[in-house]
Design a protein around this ligand. Sequence first.
Ligand code: ADP
Length: 260
Amino acid sequence: MADIYTLGMDLGSTTSKGVVLKNGKEVIGSSIIDAGAGTTGPQRAFEACLKDAGVDRSQISNITATGYGRNSFEPADLVISELSAHALGVHTMYPDARTLLDIGGQDSKVMSIGKNGRLDNFLMNDKCAAGTGRFLEVMAKVLEVGVADLKDLEAKAEQTVSVSSTCTVFAESEVISQLAKGADIPGLVRGICTSVAAKAASLVKRLGVEEPVYMTGGVARNTGVVKALERELGVKITVSQIQQLNGAFGAAVYGFGRVK
Ligand code: ADP
């Protein structure tokens, strides 16, 4: 039988991601573009994942979009909600997952997943930058480093310089004043990661933690936040091997299920 290719696009607030899937299982190409919905990011991510997979658009059975910008992505044949895409993605790759925490650029979501992969319950924070990737981006800018450099700085920390304000704007002023006082930078980065983790952990606790706990989204790439979450929740957290691509992967899996 001929191979079936499906393509999933996750058009987030901060990044655009694409995955090309072969026969509903194997990721043969992917892309992550640091520009989200409403920019040229979605189209660039679409072209980049086709190129990475080495397949032509005409070979793709269907294209499924998810994420914040899913309804304005013209090439999409199908759309799926972010929560459904994430639950399907993590269940397909890790059938034992019972709790999934996804922290993206402007929101964080925690999902309870049943044994059959069904989304049983969820909680979401999309009203406040604290506890999301945006908080880390604001702080990285103040520290004059890239957001991807925070994990290496945190790994050097020998202490925690606490960031007590939960509001991003106040926390930014607090970090600026700590820097002016000559605070230890790795310790300050640990404090920043801990602040994000504390906020996200309160969301997880409200929903109820059932192990095994998995984590996805761009912030899962920040080991400082993952370690702080493990401390806050007192459980082991497994970062999905496809991290930021889980939503796009789930969308492509959904598309595979709809191939006639
Ligand atoms: P969305 O889907 O909401 O657009 P993502 O899941 O792509 O967002 O997450 C974006 C966030 O991921 C950024 O705000 C940043 O904090 C974090 N991030 C992105 N790339 C990296 C990286 N290489 N290392 C650490 N953190 C990263």
